[in-house]
Structures are given as C-alpha cells and as structure tokens.
Design a protein around this ligand. Structure first.
Ligand code: KIV
Ligand code: ZN
Length: 522
C-alpha cells in the first residue's frame, strides 16, 4: 500500500498531563514549555498540556503553552463539572486551536465514588458536554474506565456525549485491563452500534499495567479508532501509558499490515525521549523498544557479523530514523567549540550561546580527565549544565571526602547558601551519606529523599556517573540531576540541584502541588 492510500491516525500526546501526573514525574513550568515546544516541532497533532484546575501552576503552564502554540491543538483536562470546564477554557482559549477534554468514570466502581445513579450520571454527562461545547467547538469526552463499564451503559453515555456535541470520543483503558482482541472489538462495536458514531473521531487511551498498552492502542486503530493517546517513553501512572515512539514506529515499520500515517517527524524521537527522561527524572530502561540504550546495540558476535555484512539482518528500523546519529564521532581534548557545536547538532540538542559556553568549559574539564568523550557523555554534560543554571540559592564551592575501610566516611563541604559561604565536616555511613549530611548541616531542611539513582554513562572505570535525586517537601516534589566522573561530586550536585528547585518552588506562588487530582471524580 502506498502512503497516499494510508489513513491518518492523530497523535494525542499526554506526557504533560497523564505523564506528569504520575508520582515523582513533576516538571517545572519552564520544562513543560520546553517539552510542549518539542512536541509541536515533532508534529504531535494534539498536546494535552495539563489539568488547569489542579493547581495554579498547572493553569499557568497550560495557559502559556496555549499562547505559544502554532499548529498543534492544545487540550486541557476537566472533570465533569462546569467550574472545571470554565477553568480549562480560561487556560486554553488563547490557543489558535483549543480543545476541552472532559471526563467522568462510568464503570460501576467509578460511579460509586460520586454516588450517582446511572440516570444521574447520564444527566451530568449531557449537561457538562453541552456546557463545554457551548464555549468551545472542539470537545473531547472520555468515559473513564470504559473497558470495565457495562456495554449497554457505555453505548448509552457515548451516544449522549455525541448528541451533546462531543467531537472526539476517547475510550480509556484506565487500569490497563483490556487485551488486543477486546480493544479492537470494543471500538468496532461502538462505531457500529452508537447512533452518530460516524460523525466523531474515536480515540484510544491505554495504560500499560499488563504490558499491552501499545498492542491495545494499535488494535483499537484496527477497530476504527483514529486517535491514539500516548506519552513519550510511555511515562504515566503506575506502569505508564502507550509509548508514542512505539505506536508511531510500529505504524511506520509495519505499514504493510498497519497501514496508517501519522504526522510525526520520527527523527526527533530520541531527542525528546532523552529530554523527557531528564526533566521527569524517570530513566529509560536499557532494553526499552525504540529509545532504550540497547535498542540498536548489537552485542553478540553473530549479530555484529551479520550487521557488518548487511544491517537489515538484525535491524528492522534504521537508527537515524529515530534520530540516532549514524556515525559516532568520538570527541577528545583537542576538539574545539565548533566540533562540540556540530556534535550537539547531530544529537539534536540546541543550546543558546551561553549554554554552549558553559557546556564547552565542562567538556574541556571532562576531556582532560577522560581520553574519549562519547555521545552519552556529552548529553550528560548538557543535562548537568542546564540543571546548574536553573537556580543557585545553593552552590557547592568545594568537596573533599575521605572514605574506605576502618571507619566512617567523612565529607568536608564548602557551600554558598544565599550568597554566604559556609563550611562543615560531617561523618556518615559511606561517602554519599556523609556528603548529604553536610549539605543538610549547612542548609537545614525537611525535604525527604524519595529517590537516589546512579547510572554509569559509558563503560570503563573513568565513566561519568549521572545521578538523579528526587525530594519531597510539603507535597512539592523536585528532581535534581548531575553528572561527573566522581560519583560523590555528581551526587552532591544532584542533591543541591533538587534543593534549589524546591527553593524556587517555595518562593513562587503556585508551584506544582496538585490540589486536585484527576482521580477526584465527584
Ligand atoms: O486513564 C484515564 O482514564 C485517563 C482519563 C482522564 C482519560 O487518564
Ligand atoms: Zn490515563
């Protein structure tokens, strides 16, 4: 089948809503704007930018994304309540193409929470979709937990929503319960049964609790859905959502049996995957399809031999199709700024002049310590540079650590706190513990450590370590990142980076505490 005869499937990205709502994946205002811009650049049709009534921070981010948007439809989530819908509209109305997405849980378990009878809920759906449609001509409606909703009732409420003016009907598999045959069948039967179904777009929204989200989404398309809701790296509640990169590359690679087009520029996939991983603090598993570190690595001798003779022996997609540089130009201490700029361009990273200057300084420092600087090293440097420039209430001046057998570790830390330089020496159970204690001594705080994670960027004992630290304080969550060949230094910087972020959030009104969750359905 040629491209001309393929049907179009719309890509609805909810990284900034369902993805960001997953515990710990909180992004800052600026990060949300940056991700939205990247999503738009890669050709996402609809961006679900947030849940405006959830918090002042959510509202501000959705509103700013709406103002900056060009082509993509900007969608905001709203519960089935007029006040939610009005708040959502306030946030998105500046977009050239706004969409209100309103929803209510329709399965028996979800109906029990607001304690509505079937008739009362049907009436609520009619009123709220009508309300949304009276203010916006692009309205999406979702029966949350659709896959566990009684068939007759599901048909009834979908019909009500269509009659009330919904233009997209999204069918969520909220708990990741369905299986591919069922997913295709459900959409097919809804389209065949519900009056008016042919006038709207059917959409699928799958969670990955049983690892079937991608298969279920593609099966729904087979059944007639023409919008897939998904997130970058499959980010999302519990086991996450359908991964954008997986459905898009499946349709592209297997166009012979899944003959659908999307508007996605697949060469931007790696870049956005890395950025979402960094800002959310959720690492991508090494063997993750499409974007995992090993997705295009061929380790075994037999595979490498085959690859050298003909890449197609073991490769069904070309790495460059997802934005992985075809050749890896290794950098070293003689590489200049122009080479670094070219390398960053290859990696799909665009930096401002000052950021490039700072990254170059770090690159030189690293190249002095490490013979070969790989792509992964450079990406880690960029992450660390960006993390450091975000806020600097706290700044590490120097750190010396003594550790080993025969006694507790000891860290001597010199740190600037609000412009004043202070020093302390603390003991701890290992060098990281001693260092974190020293930070807390100089900057007493109540932040709880939720996650401390270390990854070696490349092979070898001189590899850089990337460290993520996630902290929680009064419901506010902040993730800090850093990278260094010294794991303790990277840990200290990541910890201080997370504290700086909490500091910024504390001093700003709003922040990203979700006062309301989308699970508060009443
Ligand atoms: O999983 C779900 O049901 C949702 C809805 C709000 C669409 O995210
Ligand atoms: Zn969801």
């Amino acid at each position: 089948m040629t491209d001309q005869t393929k049907d179009r499937v719309f890509i609805f990205d909810t990284t900034l809503r369902d993805g960001e709502q997953s515990p710990g994946a909180t992004m800052t205002h600026e990060e949300k704007l940056e991700i939205a811009e990247m999503l738009e650049d890669m050709g996402v049709d609809i961006i679900e930018a947030g849940f405006p009534i959830a918090s002042e921070g959510d509202f501000a981010a959705v509103n700013e994304i709406a103002k900056r948007s060009r082509e993509s439809v900007i969608c905001g989530l709203a519960r089935a309540q007029p006040a939610d819908i009005d708040r959502c509209w306030e946030a998105i109305k500046a977009a050239p193409r706004p969409r209100i997405h309103t929803f209510i849980g329709t399965s028996p378990l979800h109906r029990a929470i607001p304690d509505l009878t079937m008739d009362e809920m049907a009436e609520r759906i009619h009123e709220t979709v009508t309300h949304a449609r009276n203010i916006c001509d692009n309205v999406q409606w979702s029966p949350m937990d659709a896959t566990r909703t009684e068939w007759d009732y599901l048909c009834r409420v979908v019909e009500i929503a269509i009659k009330a003016g919904a233009t997209t009907i999204n069918i969520p598999d909220t708990v990741g319960y369905t299986a591919p045959v069922e997913s295709a069948d459900l959409i097919r039967r809804l389209i065949a049964t519900v009056p008016g179904a042919d006038e709207v777009i059917f959409s699928t929204h799958c969670h990955n609790d049983l690892g079937m989200a991608t298969a279920n989404a593609l099966a729904a398309v087979e059944g007639g859905a023409r919008q897939i809701e998904c997130t970058i790296n499959g980010l999302g509640e519990r086991a996450g959502n359908t991964a954008l990169e997986e459905v898009v590359m499946a349709m592209r690679t297997r166009g012979d049996i899944i003959p659908f087009d999307t508007g996605i520029d697949t060469r931007k996939i790696m870049q956005i995957s890395r950025r979402v991983s960094t800002v959310s603090g959720f690492p991508v598993q090494y063997n993750k399809a499409i974007v995992g570190k090993n997705a295009f690595a061929h380790e075994s001798g037999i595979h490498q031999d085959g690859m050298l003779k003909n890449a197609e022996t073991f490769e069904i997609m070309r790495p460059e199709d997802v934005g992985l540089a075809a050749t890896s130009l290794v950098m070293g201490k003689h590489s200049g700024r122009a080479a670094l700029r070219a390398k960053l361009k290859d990696l799909g990273v665009e930096l401002g002049d000052n950021q490039l200057k700072d990254t170059f300084v770090r690159f030189k420092e690293l190249a002095d310590r490490k013979k070969e600087v790989y792509d992964e090293d450079i990406l880690a440097l960029v992450t660390a540079t960006m993390a450091d420039e975000q806020a600097n209430h706290l700044d590490i001046v120097s750190l010396r650590v003594a550790c080993g057998t025969g006694g507790p570790a000891e860290a001597t830390l010199e740190m600037e706190v609000g412009g004043e330089t202070m020093t302390t020496t603390e003991e701890g159970d290992g060098p990281v513990d001693a260092t974190f204690k020293a930070v807390r001594k100089l900057y007493p705080n109540e932040a709880r450590l939720q996650l401390y994670q270390v990854h070696a960027v490349t092979e070898g004992t001189d590899a850089q370590a990337t460290v993520s630290v996630r902290l929680e304080e009064d419901g506010k969550i902040a993730t800090g990142q850093s990278a260094d060949t010294d794991t303790v230094v990277a840990s200290a910087r990541a910890y201080v980076n997370a504290l700086n972020r909490l500091y910024v959030r504390r001093s700003k009104t709003g922040g990203d505490v979700k006062e309301i969750s989308y699970k508060d359905v009443s």
